[in-house]
Design a protein around this ligand. Sequence first.
Ligand SMILES: O=P(O)(O)OC[C@H]1O[C@H](O)[C@H](O)[C@@H](O)[C@@H]1O
Length: 282
Amino acid sequence: MPLTAIKDNSGKIFKYVLIDSSDSAVEIHPHGATITSWVAGGKQRLFLSKKAILDGSKPIRGGIPLVFPQFGPGKLKQHGFARDTVWELLGYKDQSDGVKAKFLLSENSSTLGSLWPYKFRLVYTILLSQSSLKLSFELKNTDQNPFSFTTLFHTYFVTSDIENVRVNNLEQTIYDDKIEKSVDNKETSDAIRFTKSVDRVYKNTVDELKVTISNDESILITKKNLNDIVLWNPWAEIAKGMSDFGDEEYKTMFCAEAGSVSTPIELQPGNDWECHMQLTLQ
Ligand SMILES: O=P(O)(O)OC[C@H]1O[C@H](O)[C@H](O)[C@@H](O)[C@@H]1O
C-alpha cells in the first residue's frame, strides 16, 4: 500500500505517509494538507522547524503549507484558511508515473462565516515519483457568485548552508520588495543569494527556475498557471520574533514559493481553474 495513516494516541490521524517503489516518500498532515517531509534520492529536501507546532493549533512552520484564498495579510487571517483547516483524504493510487494522493477542501461553517463567504471545491493532488514531486490544484466555484483569490505553494527548502544557495532564472524579472517597501524593482542578478532578510514577490516569472542547494545539489521548480515566485528568508532579527522558528534556523532554510499572488484571479460560478508546481531533483 503506497499510503499509510499514522494515528496519535487518541486514534486521530496525525499524518499520512506516501511512499513510491523507489523509497521516495512524503509525509502529509491532514491539518492544512501540509507536506512536512519529502525524501528523495535518499535525502530530506524540505525544511521543518524544530519548533513547528504539529497539533493543529496553528499553521505548520515548514514543509509546504498551502496558501488560499489570500496571500499575506488582508481581510482574512494571514495567508488564508487553507493551511489552517483539516482537509479530507479523497483517495490514493499507485500508477505508472508514481504514487498519488488526493485531498479535498470545500466550504464549511467556519469559511462561510469568514469574510470569504463562498462555496468552492479545491482538490489537491500530490504525485510522487523517484525524483520529483508534482502538486496540483483543481478549483471549482460552486457558488452562485463570482469570487477572487490568490494562492501559493509556500515551499520551505532545507540546506546545510544558506551561503551556498542560489536562485537562477529571475534576472530581469520585476519584483516587489516587502522588506525595502519598494515596488517594481528589476532583478539584476542571474544567481540570487540570501545574505539578509529577503521577502520579495517576483511577478510574471518564467515557468522554470533552478534552485541550487549546495555544490552538488539543485532542484528544478516548474510551474503552470502560476504567475509569481516569492522568495523568503526571515534572517536573524525577524527569526527572533517568531515563536515557532529557532533563532539559528534561518541558516538552514529558504522559501522559493510558486503562486499567483500579485494579481487576484477571478472565477465565475460553475467555472474551474487549475495549476501545478513540480519539484524535480537535478
Ligand atoms: O509567518 P507566516 O504567516 O507563515 O508567513 C511567512 C512569510 O510568508 C511569505 O513568504 C511572505 O512573503 C512573508 O511576508 C511571510 O513573512
